[in-house]
Design a protein around this ligand. Structure first.
Ligand code: ADP
Ligand code: MG
Length: 318
């Protein structure tokens, strides 16, 4: 296989769907210190996904590098990995987007505004062209024609675009819920006061014995602790609306997919004969050694080292 197709296949593992495009762009904006994000979709994202932020912008000496594979400004040494507080650190998202779509950036740092630079990239991620344009401090990243170079993936996306777009909106809601301001304010802004009124606070301290202790502290039995905080809907018995899109999970405030934890919550509601699928906003706060975010290139799958014991303890406490 040609090097170029290898790059495209690998990129397709980082950017798997519309959600991963939105996630990578939003996380880059948050990493850049943005407090306001504007996200535009044309044709449900098939034609264009654009994320505009008011973050710090990209420094001109990095224009050449930003979209090169493995370039990241967020990690200066391997030791940083453990203490890293940014979402990104692999330097794969922009390079993958160049391989899979027409990608461009408009960016300005505070001292450059109201001048900005538009950056266009080659499929390889190499900087093709820069041009001075008008623009305020911040970065706008535009992804046009996602998966145009992976025709099978493109057709698949076109076929399921309504559902995929719905998933993107739920993901964006999750980021919006955990952003600045209180969770309650955010839930009200996104879902309305009526939704908030139907919620009860979720505040659990779970302690459980790990099924496979990792470290033996001399003589003492090891205990793991997690703190689950958030809001869930008060059980409503009888007929209800299905709203599985209103279930958001976070690990240490980072939105992520936790299908096993979601199932545990839904099972408990079901066991009480609640037909309605609950609203769940649950942030699981735990030691960073209790999970691994590096299991998949798209970083969406988080591996909880002791999911089994954690879920048992959660089910009992709910
Ligand atoms: P990573 O986020 O893992 O560092 P990416 O490929 O997502 O890798 O981005 C590469 C680099 O581009 C980032 O490290 C950052 O320096 C720069 N960058 C990307 N998006 C933005 C943005 N919205 N604002 C400022 N810098 C950005
Ligand atoms: Mg990134």
């Amino acid at each position: 296989i040609e090097a170029r197709s290898v790059h495209q296949i690998q990129s397709g593992q980082v950017i798997t769907d519309l959600c991963s495009v939105a996630k990578e762009l939003v996380e880059n904006s948050l990493d850049a210190g943005a407090t306001t994000l504007e996200i535009r979709f044309k044709n449900n994202g098939l034609d264009l996904i654009e994320v505009q932020d008011n973050g710090g912008g990209i420094s001109p000496e990095n224009y050449e590098n930003v979209a090169l594979k493995h370039y990241t400004s967020k990690l200066s040494s391997y030791d940083d990995l453990a203490s890293l507080h940014t979402f990104g650190f692999r330097g794969e998202a922009l390079s993958s987007l160049c391989a899979l779509a027409d990608f461009q950036i408009v960016t300005a740092q505070a001292n450059q505004a109201p001048r900005a630079n538009r950056l266009e990239f080659e499929v390889s991620g190499k900087l093709r062209k820069t041009q001075i344009v008008a623009g305020q401090r911040g970065t706008t990243a535009s992804v046009a024609g996602i998966f145009k170079r992976l025709p099978v993936r493109r057709r698949e996306l076109e076929k399921n675009i309504k559902r995929e777009y719905g998933k993107v909106l739920s993901l964006l809601h999750a980021y919006a819920c955990i952003s600045t301001g209180t969770t309650k304010e955010n839930i009200t802004n996104i879902y309305g006061a009526k939704t908030l009124a139907a919620l009860i606070p979720l505040d659990l301290d779970l302690e459980f014995k790990p099924s496979m202790p990792t470290q033996r502290v001399s003589g003492e039995e090891q205990t793991n602790r997690i703190h689950v905080r958030g809001h869930i809907s008060r059980p409503v018995f009888g007929e209800g609306r299905q709203t599985p899109d209103r279930q958001m999970f976070f690990v240490n405030s980072r939105p992520c997919a936790l299908p096993q934890i979601a199932k545990a919550f839904n099972d408990v509601y079901k066991s009480f004969n609640v037909s309605q699928s609950p609203f769940i906003f649950a942030d699981l706060q735990m030691d960073t050694s209790a999970y691994d975010v590096n299991v998949s290139p798209d970083k969406r799958t988080i591996m909880l080292h002791d999911a089994g014991a954690m879920i048992e303890s959660l089910k009992i406490s709910l």
